[in-house]
Design a protein around this ligand. Structure first.
Ligand code: AP5
Length: 213
């Protein structure tokens, strides 16, 4: 499959993407995960991105497009890809459109995950993420907790709260989503690509996406 996952912070993009990769071997490409790994490794990209991310602001479009032009041409994308958290702005969506045309890639559709704001706020304050950059399994202390000592069930590393999970950064991320990312729903509506899913239960959402493919 070749799809984009669109949705507010905490809508469950990462959770749904991970479940979908089991379906047909398509690769999950999360710009957030790539950026967090770059911050942890202390690369030039990571140093530039960290301040924006910790505040809950978007990283500049130019940096994201440089990163994604390389990533989308890697061999594992040939089987299919799930774009998680990209594009995030109209300029990114326009640049992606040109890039996909250049690479002769056709998207299946854009999955718009709709979740009520109170559910989102609750999910973001109760999320835990595996600290191992090669794992990054997502947990939730209410709905899907890690092991009782706080370690990851998959790889045994400690789970943590992300640096952008302060109340201030969460509110800024939601505001940024409304201003800069929500307009992509209209953009992809015009392209005839949008499909909206009420995403309260991730497993149900995954089944609905599979049916729509
Ligand atoms: P990114 O990592 O993409 O963060 P985000 O969009 O804010 O999304 P989240 O990862 O917070 O949430 P999610 O929708 O994946 O939800 P999850 O599955 O974890 O980006 C981080 C930062 O990087 C940005 O702020 C920006 O600075 C930068 N960045 C990234 N991409 C960029 C781009 N393209 N351009 C510019 N800057 C960019 O679920 C959340 C929680 O809910 C978890 O605890 C989960 O277990 C739980 N949960 C999920 N589904 C359910 C369910 N059905 N029932 C119960 N609990 C559930």
């Amino acid at each position: 499959m070749k799809i984009i996952l669109l949705g507010a912070p905490g809508a469950g993009k990462g959770t749904v993407a991970k479940l979908l990769t089991d379906y047909d071997g398509s690769v999950q490409i999360s710009t957030g995960d790539i950026l967090r790994a770059a911050v942890k490794e202390g690369t030039d990209l990571g140093r530039e991105a960290k301040g924006y991310m910790d505040r809950g602001d978007l990283v500049p479009d130019g940096l994201i497009m440089q990163m994604m032009e390389v990533r989308l041409q890697q061999p594992d994308c040939e089987k299919g890809f799930i774009l998680d958290g990209f594009p995030r702005t109209i300029p990114q969506a326009e640049a992606l459109k040109s890039l996909l045309e250049k690479l002769h890639i056709r998207l299946d559709f854009v999955v718009n995950l709709e979740v009520p704001r109170d559910v989102i706020l609750d999910r973001l304050t109760t999320r835990r993420t595996c600290s191992n950059p090669d794992c990054q399994e997502i947990y939730n202390i209410k709905s899907n907790p890690p092991l009782p000592d706080g370690t990851c069930k998959k790889c045994g590393s400690m789970t943590i709260q992300r640096d952008d999970e302060t109340e201030e950064a969460i509110l800024n991320r939601l505001e940024t989503y409304n201003l800069k990312t929500a307009p992509l729903i209209g953009f992809y509506e015009k392209e005839g690509l949008i499909k909206t899913f009420a995403s309260v239960n991730s497993a149900d959402t995954v089944e609905a996406v599979k049916k729509a493919l």
